[in-house]
Write a protein that binds this ligand. Structure first.
Ligand code: UD1
Ligand code: UDP
Length: 358
């Protein structure tokens, strides 16, 4: 059986790694990795292949950046040509990025079964581009691998047949479990106590007034405790358009994005994480680090109901007071690790794929 994986953006790589490694154990499976080139900076792409031991992509479609339609269309055009030449038996897609949905649409029309890893997540918020990507991808997928029970419930409610849905657990946590022991080998110069921040959602970065308000709040927080903010290229590109002088706030440390191991180190030792990332809500839940999410909703509700995550929305007064409370009282919320977030999701996916045969 020839399985072709398509990935393109940073969070895809952590999800791909455990599936590729688990499928490696089966002689009858041939694997091809296609990178769309959605993310291309070394510290947004290559570093993850190296640190996670993922084989180099067989093909890079080199689509680069652009509007949603531009990026999705270019992936579709280049991938269609490639798939016609390669004719895989199944294609695996990951998460909710433009590379995911573009692949799903091409495969559906070429009648190649696509399987979705991290299916069923819903924020209910269609202003998020990822929500559109999730809905379309799940609608077109043959096998839907869900990370948590809410994913199954969402898919059943949308009319997906129960036999297509497989609750396998969280592949992102597989990678975390495998890499956690390597973290202490990392050398990073950080203060003893700090708050870690990441932000890249268009809702927080593309409205320059909102971004200015968030940065002002972060610089207030930085007057109490150093803030380390490895800044996503989308967010970095907006900084020059707003009137915010980062040099005036020396304790607000803006770093370039860091590698996976470095970022795990930063999370593990942080007093608190402030983020709008999907994956980081999950990783902090697993590591039981307090997490404040600067979003009105989440497609990962289990991180709030069971984990250490709390939604603060875009209300900066709430962000300030919740931060203060966590810094003063330590962990306010002792989380549990959701079922099947146990490092074995990739193996479950591999064994289901192998049972499919051709
Ligand atoms: C994308 C995903 C988002 C995911 C995020 C992970 C979509 C719709 N969005 O958002 O779901 O959470 O990746 O990080 O697929 N850029 C660079 N170098 C790079 C990549 C991007 O400079 O290697 C800059 C470009 O200016 C680009 C901008 O970042 O226009 C945004 O990149 P894009 O891939 O369109 O969206 P992300 O915000 O990264
Ligand atoms: N991450 C990283 N370096 C960074 C920031 C994040 O390695 O500087 C990792 C993080 O640990 C998680 C993943 O990137 O595994 C999350 O990706 P991102 O926040 O870009 O996307 P999302 O999960 O929101 O789609």
């Amino acid at each position: 059986m020839h399985i072709l994986h398509v990935v393109g953006a940073r969070p895809n790589f952590m999800k791909l790694a455990p599936v590729v490694h688990a499928l490696d154990g089966f002689q009858q499976i041939q694997q091809t990795i296609v990178h769309t080139g959605q993310h291309y900076d070394r510290n947004m792409s290559d570093v993850f292949f190296e640190q996670l031991g993922i084989p180099e992509p067989d093909v890079n479609l080199e689509v680069g950046s652009g509007s949603h339609a531009f990026q999705t269309a270019h992936i579709m055009l280049r991938l269609e040509e490639m798939l016609i030449k390669n004719s895989p038996d199944r294609v695996l897609v990951y998460g909710d990025v433009n590379s995911t949905v573009a692949t799903a649409m091409v495969c559906a029309k070429l009648l190649i079964p696509i399987d979705h890893v991290e299916a069923g997540l819903r924020s209910g918020d269609r202003t998020m581009p990822e929500e559109v990507n999730r809905i379309v991808t799940d609608r077109l997928a043959s096998l839907l691998f869900t990370p948590s029970e809410d994913g199954n419930e969402n898919l059943i409610a949308e009319g997906v047949k129960p036999e297509q849905i497989h609750l396998v657990g969280n592949v992102m946590i597989d990678t975390l479990v495998r890499m956690l022991s390597k973290v202490e080998g990392i050398q990073l110069s950080v203060p003893t106590e700090y708050v870690l921040v990441t932000l890249h959602r268009p809702s927080n970065t593309d409205d320059l007034e909102v971004l200015h308000e968030i940065l002002t709040t972060l610089s207030d927080i930085a007057s109490d405790i150093p803030v380390i903010f490895p800044i996503h290229p989308r967010t970095r590109s907006r900084l020059s358009s707003i009137n915010f002088d980062v040099t005036a706030h020396p304790k607000l440390n803006l770093w370039d994005p860091v590698g996976y191991l470095e970022f795990l180190y930063l999370q593990k030792h942080a007093k608190l994480v402030i983020t709008d990332s999907g994956g980081i809500q999950e990783e902090t839940t697993y590591m039981q680090i307090p997490c404040l999410t600067v979003r009105e909703n989440t497609e990962r509700p289990v991180t709030v109901t069971m984990g250490t995550n709390m939604l603060v929305g875009q209300n900066m007064a709430t962000l300030r007071s919740a931060t203060r409370e966590i810094l003063q009282n330590g962990r306010t919320k002792h989380g549990q690790i959701p079922p099947l977030w146990d490092g074995k999701a990739g193996e479950r996916i591999a064994s289901i794929l192998v049972q499919q045969g051709i």
